[in-house]
Design a protein around this ligand. Structure first.
Ligand code: PSU
Ligand code: MN
Length: 301
């Protein structure tokens, strides 16, 4: 059973704006001690726009939708927090573990709780070298079967972006650029690839949400791709240099499975001396604000 924070439950009952937030980004995507401060800032950004934040995680085996400060602190600071995709949830729950939820798991639990908007940093996707490793994030198939709207800065730039866009198309996940015709590149404003559709306001997104409901086309997620402003992006030359080095290091150290993405992100934060961390925080905050604005617009009419 989901344990929904009373504030979140009340907002949902009243048809008010709620934004789901993921916890893997807090536990495994951002370094300590900044991660707890950032987790609180993401929630504050949602509140500042007039919506209720619901960070989702597993605490001592209990699935929580909406975390109080003690739970948020546990996710950010405890040792041994497990990275949980959807397939891991029941196992971690049965064992009484504390776990952070990925995009796939968060989206699934949020939809179960009746939350329509979700903000994250960058989606998982097809890894470079996937034709040899078969490493494709469970986020993609997860989003293909989850009725939710996700605001993100595209997919992580450590991935094979064109292959990920092809997979999203195959899986029937709609992708819309927010005030851009280019698919965002996570740390970078532009991944170098176009995005199939564009919207320019929260109201336009609400129009799409209404049409999805009317046409009974809600079984797969809608992705709103919100680019980091160019002024805030990571220097593209530094990005490419660090990425090449990080991919080689992951290969040399035999990093596999759920450890790949956290390893590459940590390497970035280390080798850019915090510049990638700053970009990561800014883009997540911007996504939280936009998701909140869409949720407010959706609940208003
Ligand atoms: N966005 C970020 N940082 C992150 C993630 C997203 O800014 O750490 C996380 C999400 O939880 C996403 C996960 O689901 O990375 C992808 O992991 P994998 O590639 O192992 O599926
Ligand atoms: Mn993987």
């Amino acid at each position: 059973m989901l344990s929904v924070l009373p504030e979140v439950a009340a907002a949902l009952r009243a048809g008010g704006p709620v934004v789901a937030l993921e916890s893997t980004l807090v536990a495994h995507g951002l370094p300590r001690p900044d991660n707890l401060r950032v987790a609180r800032e993401i929630e504050a950004a949602v509140r500042a726009e007039g919506a209720v934040p619901a960070t989702i995680a597993l605490v001592d085996g209990q699935v929580r939708v909406g975390l109080d400060d003690a739970a948020l602190t546990a996710i950010a600071q405890r040792d041994g927090v497990v990275k949980c995709s959807t397939r891991d949830l029941a196992i971690a729950a049965a064992r009484g573990l504390t776990g952070a939820t990925t995009v796939a798991a968060t989206a699934r639990l949020a939809a179960q709780a009746g939350i329509e908007l979700f903000a994250t940093g960058g989606l998982g996707g097809v890894h470079r070298e996937a034709s040899q490793t078969w490493d494709e994030s469970a986020d993609l198939v997860g989003l293909a079967r989850t009725p939710i709207t996700v605001v993100c800065a595209g997919v992580k730039s450590i991935l094979d972006v064109p292959a990920t866009l092809e997979r999203l198309e195959t899986l029937g996940v709609a992708v819309v650029g927010y005030r851009t015709d280019r698919f965002p590149g996570f740390f970078l404003s532009d991944s170098g690839h176009p995005v199939p559709w564009r919207v320019d306001s929260p109201g336009e997104v609400v129009g799409i949400l209404r049409a999805r409901a009317r046409l009974d086309l809600e079984e797969a997620a809608l992705v709103i791709a919100n680019p980091i402003p160019e002024a805030d992006q990571l220097d593209p030359a530094l990005h490419d240099e660090v990425l090449t080095e990080a991919l080689a290091a992951a290969e040399a150290e035999g990093i596999r499975g759920r450890d790949v993405t956290p390893f590459l992100l940590a390497r970035f934060h280390d080798r850019t001396r915090g510049a990638s961390l700053e970009a990561n925080v800014r883009l997540v905050l911007a996504n939280a604000r936009l998701a909140a604005r869409i949720a407010v617009a959706a609940s208003a009419g």
